[in-house]
Design a protein around this ligand. Structure first.
Ligand code: NI
Length: 150
């Protein structure tokens, strides 16, 4: 095996802040409160999210890099800019119909990053989305985020 064929994974973090409110329009107020608790608040609330992207690719023997971090940062900024300082339910079309739980947000970010990553060279192994220090969601795989069951 030559050195140039070695595949390694790089991880990069980016943070963003968003407001949201978890509710389902097919449930009444009491049912929503029961299901989502304090996440079902009339006027919403916010989180300082931290998103980690784990990208695997071939280690380039000449540059010593898998991918220029500048390029990965551009992708992460493209994905998070529409979320940052926005209220997810109203400002992000996808979450007008999908409940913006951290799980759904992680699945959305995974898909958006994967869509922008040159697929012939890189594999998005995983993303990890921290809602706070005591809760985070890992998302791996290439399935479309679910948009049903709301
Ligand atoms: Ni929340």
């Amino acid at each position: 095996m030559s050195r140039s064929s070695q595949r390694v994974t790089i991880c990069r973090k980016i943070s963003f802040s968003s407001g949201h409110r978890n509710y389902r329009s097919d449930l009444n107020e009491e049912q929503n409160r029961e299901l989502y608790g304090s996440s079902y608040s009339d006027h919403g609330h916010g989180h300082n999210y931290v998103l980690e992207a784990h990208v695997e690719g071939e280690l380039d023997a000449k540059t010593g890099m898998v991918m220029n971090l500048r390029d990965l940062d551009t992708i992460l900024k493209n994905v998070t800019a529409p979320l940052d300082h926005h209220f997810l339910n109203y400002d992000v079309p996808y979450f007008r119909e999908v409940v913006p739980t951290t799980e759904n947000l992680a699945a959305y970010c995974f898909q958006e990053i994967e869509n922008q990553l040159p697929s012939e060279r890189f594999t998005l192994r995983r993303i990890r989305l921290f809602e706070g220090t005591d809760f985070w969601v890992d998302c791996a795989g290439s399935r479309e985020p679910k948009d049903s069951g709301r």
